[in-house]
Design a protein around this ligand. Sequence first.
Ligand code: AMP
Ligand code: TRP
Length: 353
Amino acid sequence: MPNFKPLVFSGVQPTGNLQLGNYLGAIQRWVALQNDYDCIYCVVDMHALTTNPLPEELAQHTREVAATFLAAGIDAQKHIVFNQSRVFQHAELAWVFNCIARIGWMKRMTQFKEKAGHDREQASLGLLAYPSLMSADILVYRATHVPVGGDQKQHLELARAIAQKFNNDYSRRISSLKIGIEIQCVKKTETVFFPIVEPLISTTSMRIMSLRDGRKKMSKSDPSDLSRINLVDTADDISRKIRKAKTDFAPLPETEKGLETRPEASNLIGIYAVLANMDKNTVLAEFGGKKFSDFKPALVELIVEKLGPIASELRRLKQDPSYIDCVLKEGAERASALAEKTMKHVRDIVGFS
Ligand code: AMP
Ligand code: TRP
């Protein structure tokens, strides 16, 4: 029975330098998936426009994020790396999806509620429609697997709902044009055009929290640079930021249970655990009972060991912006060819002549 060819798609917004949370929550996984899947990795600059960036900064960050993908080990020859705005089919499919999705679905999104703030009427239409464009990013390639951090789960559920509604609304047309793919549903076989995407959210990759406030996510858009470890940070930067990272005054607990009411301690132990590929209890077996001043130097050493090679490769790549432009241009050409194949069918399905 024909089925969708497994294909991985994911994206990161070029809203700043990538930070440790992006690496541990997403990019590290992307690198690993390259061995088992065809992958498309995208710098989603159209999404970043919802944050009103300065034009020069948007262009600069787009190149930097692409360079970080490469420095982290993404193979742009074997897979595809490009920036979203170069492939117009994303915007074209997003419009079709705007006519499929319901306003209510969009208004329920936690990210919209958080980013729109109190005065929702003043939020941009782009911020509201953001998940529709995100669904188009994935489905314009008919990608089947999407690795993201836990914060994107709700958006992927929406992508599944949009795909399902499109498949239903146009089921007669999809069958009569004979361009559907048969998939096995619970009891029967269905002929669909878009796959129902699988989120790949690893349970082990935790949310990395801010170094200044253990209840806030580490984010590249946080105004305080001390709140995060950037992938471009030098060993000195890392050491300074970890030394200044907020902690409490008690010694480290002996077991994970003792971290429950201590978000900052929990975060630092968590970062150590993910980087060392251990669980938190194993880390605490070594550091339990010790002071933060004993633990922090070990954490600095581990972060520098893991991120150092990425940072130095990134510095090397940044000296050659024309190389990055070349990778993005070539990636966009390959992505466009794939996206156009899908869009030819979509135009037929919806009745554009
Ligand atoms: P963003 O920086 O919001 O464009 O996110 C890019 C990817 O990194 C998404 O898959 C996020 O889920 C992931 N991510 C961003 N910040 C964190 C964090 N602090 N902890 C874990 N994952 C994160
Ligand atoms: N919304 C995602 C984020 O903020 C970025 C993104 C845009 C994305 N389009 C995507 C992620 C498609 C995965 C697939 O992290």
